[in-house]
Design a protein around this ligand. Sequence first.
Ligand code: FAD
Length: 386
Amino acid sequence: MKFNEDHEALRGTVRKFIEREINPYVDSWEEAEIFPARELFPKLGKAGLLGVTKPVEYGGLGLDYSFGIVLAEELGHIHCGGVPLAIGVHTDMCTPALSKVGSDELKREFLAPSITGELIGCIGVSESGAGSDVASLKTTARKDGGDYVLSGSKMWITNGIQADWMCCLANTSDGKPHENKSLIIVPLGAKGVTRARKLRKLGMWSSDTAEIFFDDVRVPQRYRIGDEGHGFLYQMLQFQEERLWGAANSLSGFEDAIELTVEYTRERIAFGKPILHNQVVHFRLAELSTELEALRALVYRAAELYLSGQDVTRLASMAKLKAGRLGREISDACLQYWGGMGYMWESRIARIFRDVRLISIGGGADEIMLSIICRLDGTLPRAEKR
Ligand SMILES: Cc1cc2nc3c(=O)[nH]c(=O)nc-3n(C[C@H](O)[C@H](O)[C@H](O)COP(=O)(O)OP(=O)(O)OC[C@H]3O[C@@H](n4cnc5c(N)ncnc54)[C@H](O)[C@@H]3O)c2cc1C
């Protein structure tokens, strides 16, 4: 992936924004277990950061996907995982399908105000009984007159407490599980929507995660994104961006974890010398930095191919898998070198340790990434016909 001065300018804008508007407040948002999305999103929108790759006619900057990767990467410098996750859900998880296959009317109603930050979006795929096995989800949207009537529930929804609308995957017919689903926009202020509870989590504290119920929620059929019955396919395509975003976003956070650990262990003296001066420590950190550069190369390669219009399901799944695995290694090793200080609730490294654990679970667990890679590589055993 080749970056030029425009990419560097975007990096600079994002860094300044984070230093001014986000990092000074992160500790208090983490403590409160929620961040003020209603205040922050319009500021992000005003800075042009919610529509970097979105079409100009809906208020986006119309830049290519390489700029989206730069944004994802820079957001990783936020001093917690929760706020970047909330932004990434909005920019790269609930809006790609809307932007690509939504009607003009729908884009004007939901995409344009999401780019300004006036509206906040979320993505509703998982259910309490269907996380990894997306095809088995139970939420239905049956047709009635000109409407869909939704029944069911969605679980672990990021931005679920503060969002105005959900890009919801629901069954619109009884057909085959990969052909009976549609993506539908559900305004979360609609009658019959209940945000049941804000879920407490191991990490990502500042991000609001909710369980949401639909009890005969009516939405006009024109709120469907693209064609009926194509929802599963659209969501699989949307997952490519979600997973690439997750992997790209992890890079700077991992880099920060290593850097913080170098600084800490250089200052911390044990047995008459800095902890960093033990070969086992600086060698291990060098090894992790090497792994991080390999992950970066994989992310850039996947992004480059995606930019050229190729299906990157295999590489995006590999990048997400590697990010999850490496995040666990880096945060564990760094916390170890921080010793007792690292085990303290308020230390940055403890927060990184808690937050990165999500990468191996959210947006498809590691094992699902492995299944996808095996399926594409032709090594997954086929069900035998009897
Ligand atoms: C903080 C957070 C935020 C989230 N945000 C969102 C959101 O905004 N929108 C949304 O739709 N979802 C969201 N999710 C849900 C997330 O995508 C799911 O948790 C994830 O897909 C895993 O589903 P599950 O929890 O039901 O795990 P399960 O499907 O119950 O699987 C449990 C474990 O079993 C193993 N496993 C499962 N299947 C296989 C297999 N075939 N082979 C081998 N092992 C297997 C894996 O290790 C997996 O982790 C979020 C989750 C969290 C924790």
